[in-house]
Ligand binder design. Structure first.
Ligand SMILES: Nc1nc2c(ncn2[C@@H]2O[C@H](COP(=O)(O)OP(=O)(O)OP(=O)(O)O)[C@@H](O)[C@H]2O)c(=O)[nH]1
Ligand SMILES: [Mg+2]
Length: 684
């Protein structure tokens, strides 16, 4: 396999809204570079990047895919990511592995939620940005409007570098606004007269953006009124790397118009790994910047660790520093573990070709290592470093997962572990309170795919149900009760009597046991048994089988019997006293409330707010950002389980939310009666 020096590599990810054409653009790039000799189509299920059977049947990307091509001696490592929000995890991990985010926008749809998210994630990991406006062959395609929208949206200079030559069915080619040359079907053509003004205008913007990064260039431009093509290119490249400019390219992936010009410009402008002199890292838990020009140890990032049916297990790795060779041992700071590097591959879609090294700056595949998971950092011994730390979003969709048979039950744990190792947005958790295994993630489709993979790949059959809500029980009033446990039937008797006062504590205080016994009316050796009786009863619940919390129980009087008293007798007495006292102290159910941040296009605000109040939600505040509203609210967990589906349908897929647990609060009486009734029914 050919080796490339660091400055002959470009690493970028295609990111952005679902359906904007990322996979089709990658396909057209591979076609132009001769990697494939036929231009596949997502709808025909024959593209290089969407090769997974699920992707073929759904006609969309579900997993990130890696591919590479060579264009004029430069190696491009391209990561095609899914744009559908359920699969956000793969977009996030891709950002951390590349130097440039190539954000795709459909010329028909314009800026979408995912476009916005992609821009934000790129900034967070300090990636350079470039934008493709695709589908210019489509009816109602816009270009200038989207450029305006982007300019208002970003404080970076948005530079149209390739502008369309005609639109819709007249879209024939692109004009390069740096050298003011027009290209159609690979040939240079005259710029049509009606486009001359626009080209001139864009050219000025290009110069402005190029000069932005360099004062000397700016001076020269003011003195001479123009810059050479080389000066513009170099200046623009610096501005893109420094993040002051975002170049925009027009194209049509399916018609293969503009793609070759984009590949040329990627060679010219995108940073090579050599241009990345520093990266954000986390060292010993602290955020800092790593100077890559001085760092000479091995440092890699596991983009994704995958085990694919028919293709075996493989970990895709980006090397930031040092060369990776077979046989070396590496450390994984996330897990405080080691792994030994085995066989290595160049990966292009489902095609693999063995290589003997993944050099610094490059991306390749390793045979699945023992301890390596998606998003892990690979270091040399003793280096406690994490590459470009980024948080994965909290779940927005939950299901309780049940194995169908005992043999499924035995295998479900390890199978789920494998799946969650591959995608950090998929989580499983045993809820001890409800005794359910909760599977959560970024959406219904993602969770459905997990269930399907369990069956297809691990032969584990499951069903999914709405999770039980982890309610809690407490009291709002006080009570004072006594209970005598006395049994005289045959042989050894049982005797224990307790007097207790029950009262509420502060929310979240848990359980307070107060021992106020004086004068030995209950011998001290029986006191722990009383407390144990209370704790066990609280755990099992009194009202509806949910754990009792936030109460104080004061043991202040009682009596015992020299022969018949025992720990067991006092335990039973305490349990009964608590049950009686609890019922008299105005018991209630508490429900978990979650803090939710919802982002929706402004036009859906009314419907979204109505839906929140129908879910017993409370709106805490809202703010406007560009053409979208950000709503902060609190919603009970019982209403959050179905919120994902509802928000998607209200906003036609354009709204999204993030959430986290906030606190427990009283469940309204009518709701509480329903829950208590349901528990009674279950018990029967
Ligand atoms: N007319 C036209 N259709 C296009 C173009 N590019 C892509 N498409 C079509 O748009 C649809 C979506 O394209 P994809 O390439 O799958 O989009 P994607 O961004 O990869 O979508 P996700 O994988 O879901 O994120 C497919 O039907 C493509 O054939 C284009 O330039 N012109
Ligand atoms: Mg795709």
């Amino acid at each position: 396999m050919k080796k490339y020096s660091m400055d002959s590599i470009r690493n970028y990810a295609l990111v952005g809204a679902s359906g904007s054409g990322k996979t089709s653009i990658a396909e057209a790039m591979f076609f132009n570079a001769g990697v494939i000799n036929r231009l596949g189509r997502v709808d025909d299920g024959n593209t290089l990047m969407d090769y997974d059977s699920e992707e073929i049947s759904k006609k969309m990307s579900i997993n990130l895919s890696l591919g590479n091509l060579e264009w004029n001696k430069i190696k491009h490592n391209i990561i095609d990511t899914p744009g559908y929000s359920d699969f956000k995890g793969d977009m996030i991990t891709a950002f951390r592995a590349v130097d440039t985010a190539l954000i795709t926008i459909s010329a028909v749809t314009g800026i979408e939620v995912m476009t916005d998210q992609a821009m934000k994630y790129a900034d967070e990991v300090s990636n350079s940005k470039a934008i493709i406006i695709n589908k210019l062959d489509r009816e109602h395609a816009k270009f200038a409007e989207i450029i305006d929208e982007l300019s208002n949206y970003s404080d970076q200079i948005v530079v149209p570098v390739l502008i369309p030559l005609g639109t819709a069915e007249h879209f024939k080619g692109v004009v390069n606004t740096i050298n003011k040359k027009a290209y159609s079907q690979g040939k240079e053509i005259e710029i049509p007269a009606d486009l001359a003004d626009e080209v001139e205008e864009c050219h000025e913007k290009v110069i402005e953006a190029a000069a932005e990064s360099d004062d000397k260039l700016m001076e020269k431009f003011f003195e001479e009124g123009s810059l050479s093509e080389e000066e513009i290119s170099n200046g623009l490249k610096n501005s893109i790397i420094q993040g002051t400019a975002i170049p925009v390219f027009a194209c049509s992936a399916s018609e293969n118009v503009g793609i070759q010009e984009i590949l040329n410009l990627i060679n010219m402008f995108f940073p090579s790994p050599k241009d990345i002199t520093e990266i954000p890292v986390q060292k010993n838990g602290e955020k800092e910047t790593l100077d890559l020009t001085k760092y000479n140890k091995k440092l890699g990032y596991v983009i994704k660790s995958v085990s694919e049916l028919n293709f075996g297990e493989i970990a895709l790795v980006r090397m930031y520093s040092g060369n990776l060779n077979t046989g070396v041992e590496v450390e994984l700071p996330e897990k405080v573990a080691k792994d030994k590097i085995g066989q290595m591959y160049s990966v292009c879609g489902k095609k693999r070709e063995e290589v003997d090294e993944i050099p610094a700056g490059d991306i390749g595949g390793l045979v699945k290592l023992k301890n390596t998971k998606t998003s892990f950092t690979i270091t040399e011994k003793g280096e406690n470093l994490l590459v470009k730390p980024l948080l994965y979003p909290q779940p927005v969709y939950w299901k309780a997962i049940h194995a169908l048979s005992q043999s499924d039950e035995d295998r479900i744990g390890p199978a789920l572990n494998k799946i969650t190792d591959e995608d950090p947005t998929i989580r499983t958790e045993m809820n001890i309170e409800t005794n359910q295994n909760i599977l959560s993630g970024q959406g219904e489709i993602q969770i459905g795919i997990v269930q399907k993979r369990l069956k297809d790949k691990f032969n584990v059959e499951t069903n999914l149900t709405d999770p039980k809500i982890p309610y809690k029980e407490t009291v709002t009033g006080k009570s004072d009760v006594k209970y005598k446990h006395k049994k005289q039937s045959g042989g050894h008797g049982q005797y224990g009597e307790v007097y207790v006062r029950i009262s509420p504590t502060e929310l979240g205080a848990g359980f307070e046991f107060v021992n106020s016994i004086v004068g030995g009316v209950i011998p001290s050796k029986y006191i722990p048994a009383v407390e144990k009786g209370l704790v066990e009863t609280m755990k099992d619940g009194i009202l509806a089988g949910y754990p009792v919390v936030d109460i104080q129980v004061e043991l202040y009087y009682g009596s015992y019997h020299d022969v018949d008293s025992s720990e067991m007798a006092f335990k039973i007495a305490a349990s009964h006293a608590l049950k009686d006292g609890f019922a008299q102290a105005n018991p209630i159910l508490l429900e978990p409330i979650h803090k939710v941040q919802i982002v929706v296009p402004t036009e859906y605000m009314g419907d979204v707010m109505g839906d929140i109040s129908s879910r017993r939600g409370k709106i805490l505040g809202m703010s406007q950002e560009d053409n979208k509203q950000i709503l902060n609210a609190e919603i009970p967990l019982s209403e959050l389980y179905s919120y994902y589906t509802s928000l998607k349908s209200i906003t036609q897929g354009r709204g999204y939310f993030t959430q986290q647990f906030a606190y427990y609060q009283k469940l309204p009486n009518d709701q509480a009666q329903k829950v208590i009734g349901a528990t009674k029914k279950e018990d029967e």
